[in-house]
Design a protein around this ligand. Sequence first.
Ligand SMILES: *[C@@H]1O[C@H](CO)[C@@H](O)[C@H](O)[C@H]1NC(C)=O
Ligand SMILES: *[C@@H]1O[C@H](CO)[C@@H](O)[C@H](O)[C@H]1NC(C)=O
Ligand SMILES: *[C@@H]1O[C@H](CO)[C@@H](O)[C@H](O)[C@H]1NC(C)=O
Ligand SMILES: *[C@@H]1O[C@H](CO)[C@@H](O)[C@H](O)[C@H]1NC(C)=O
Ligand SMILES: *[C@@H]1O[C@H](CO)[C@@H](O)[C@H](O)[C@H]1NC(C)=O
Length: 326
Amino acid sequence: MAPRPSLIHLSAVVPVVLVIVFSLLLKHGESAATRRNCATHDYHNTLAELFPNNATGVLNATLAIIPIPLATARRLIPAQYGILERAYRALLPNFPEGMYPVMVQAAHDHDVQLRAYGITIDDFSRVGFEFPFLDLTGDGYSSFRWAPAQLISASNNIALEGSRAYGTIVSPAEYEPVCDAYQRLPNGATYFKGYSLSSPEFVELEMTRLATPSLTPYPLELFKNITNQPTFANATSCDNMIRLFNTTMSLGEHAPKPVLGRVRARAFPFGDAPATKWADVYGVQVATPFIENNYLDCHTMRGYSGTGGPGDSFVNDDVNANNGEL
Ligand SMILES: *[C@@H]1O[C@H](CO)[C@@H](O)[C@H](O)[C@H]1NC(C)=O
Ligand SMILES: *[C@@H]1O[C@H](CO)[C@@H](O)[C@H](O)[C@H]1NC(C)=O
Ligand SMILES: *[C@@H]1O[C@H](CO)[C@@H](O)[C@H](O)[C@H]1NC(C)=O
Ligand SMILES: *[C@@H]1O[C@H](CO)[C@@H](O)[C@H](O)[C@H]1NC(C)=O
Ligand SMILES: *[C@@H]1O[C@H](CO)[C@@H](O)[C@H](O)[C@H]1NC(C)=O
């Protein structure tokens, strides 16, 4: 039986998060005050009004899947976290045998707010490799996502420290483009690059939109599923980010765009040198608003709908509670 998660558990944590946010703001008050004037094309945060007491924001992102051998995944992922192969095969029945889907997430974080407290955070970019479908709690079905390292805009101390507090290996970085999720190249492709200011690490994506979107091997459901799995780095705490794919930001003219391209990187946990190159990488470009519940006890999220239940995370609790028996 899946223990039924409850939002009540989560609410006790919020004062802690506020204290952390406030202390970060005090510590780095100067950076919040000297707001960088960065014009972005991102849509504004439509959730701040609906969830004024929660941290909300917008992530405009390229999400792409890099299949790697399961044996390599097993070597890179700390041994104590089981890989839930059944969980990703349920979403991707035709995924190649013996392979595991790593996700690269290259995103611009925009208009982050805690509206009721008048708190806003400067925009920033971030990129990193994420390892979804991991059995953090040992129940054999709840999927968690390991995001061990991130490059984060050097200008945003709150984001840098906020990620480090999870035990993430964080590199202060610069980005091309500076204030957007990607830019357009003369050849029509989109381009994104983040490079560390403190190490030789970088991640670069050049993606082209698929002329025939239906030819993508990865349904949107996969990205929705992965991005709603709680994230951890050293597993001292978990980040519950709820990303909504059904708002105006991801519909109509803004509908998710399947893309195909190449990724080049020198970044943890892949080797230091030389850079690794992956060609024929399929993914999607999509902007979503999000609600973020920070620094939760990972074990309270065992059986949580985002970890193994259908639908968006904050509805359908009943359905999800049973969905554990995969
Ligand atoms: C918003 O924050 C409250 C705690 O203040 C929490 O209980 C609730 O789950 C959060 N809402 C969502 C949709 O995550
Ligand atoms: C996401 O970013 C791209 C590149 O800047 C922009 O063209 C697009 O309009 C953005 N989408 C949303 C919904 O913000
Ligand atoms: C995880 O990282 C946090 C933040 O750096 C640290 O306080 C904590 O002790 C670390 N936990 C483990 C198990 O390494
Ligand atoms: C994610 O996929 C798993 C199957 O691997 C499924 O059980 C679960 O319901 C999905 N979660 C969401 C939030 O869609
Ligand atoms: C989007 O999905 C969430 C969760 O399923 C739901 O609560 C919300 O009402 C939906 N919003 C719209 C605009 O359909």
